[in-house]
Ligand binder design. Structure first.
Ligand code: SAM
Length: 235
């Protein structure tokens, strides 16, 4: 049976992602099979016979995008996801909740220190596959990662677009999506953030159908969240 899609209208608690307003602020929750919170700062509750973890915009750029004015379609149950720049696994664990037990999150991180914590996260979410790798050497995990539905990228590097397009070519299935955080502050003073954003979008548009970038204010200033789809090959 098809797993139910994750909706953008998140006012109910029947899917893996729910939304409510707490103290005047939008808060998201992911339904989880984990038995305890990932960190002491995370809120954990039981509702409708399920466990839920708070998915907080102040701690995850994906959550900040999802509470924004034009929220992207969240990762869906059963999706295969390649996550570039997983750090300790905060956002990766919420994506693992969303894709559920039949989905997989391949989580690439190059910092050994962050990776040690990511390994701990993966013991609680068996559908996270941690890879201690440098995304600039994507050939080193080519044999480990199958074609994926989503590439999620949160790596604030000057060559982030080049890295993204290389991964799209190698790992994204046709019709799949790139979800990318662009850090506009890391561009240098010689170009404005807007100029840099336009340049990044133009580069992405060579291979992808790129949606309108969303700002992540007020949680992350000078960041843009971009969703782009891999075009069908032209006949
Ligand atoms: C902004 S943090 C990611 C936070 C994470 N996405 C989250 O929401 O929990 C960026 C991460 O990218 C990692 N990173 C930077 N350059 C990298 C590279 N070349 N290969 C792999 N990881 C890299 C950093 O070590 C850092 O953990």
């Amino acid at each position: 049976m098809e797993a139910p899609a994750v909706r953008n209208s998140l006012e109910d608690w029947s899917g893996p992602l729910a939304r409510e307003t707490l103290g005047g602020r939008p808060t998201l929750w992911t339904r989880t099979s984990a038995r305890s919170p990932l960190s002491p700062r995370e809120r954990f509750r039981f509702r409708n016979g399920c466990s839920w973890r708070s998915f907080e915009p102040a701690r995850s750029k994906l959550a900040a995008a999802l509470v924004g004015k034009a929220p992207p379609r969240p990762p869906q149950p059963n999706d295969m996801v390649l996550y570039l720049g997983a750090a300790t696994g905060t956002t990766a664990s919420h994506i693992a909740d969303l894709v559920g037990p039949r989905g997989i999150v391949y989580a690439v991180e190059k910092s050994p220190r962050a990776f040690a914590q990511l390994l701990g996260t993966a013991t609680l979410w068996p559908n996270i596959v941690p890879l201690l790798k440098d995304v600039r050497e994507s050939g080193s995990y080519l044999g480990w990662v199958p074609p994926v539905d989503i590439i999620y990228m949160d790596i604030p590097q000057p060559d982030q677009v080049r890295i993204a397009t290389e991964h799209v070519t190698r790992f994204l299935r046709t019709g799949g999506r790139l979800m990318m955080v662009l850090k506009l502050a890391s561009l240098g003073r010689e170009r404005s953030a807007q100029e840099h954003l336009h340049q990044c979008l133009a580069e992405l548009q060579r291979t992808l159908r790129v949606g309108e970038p969303s700002p992540l204010d007020p949680y992350y200033r000078r960041h843009a969240f971009i969703v782009a789809e891999l075009r069908e090959p032209q006949p």
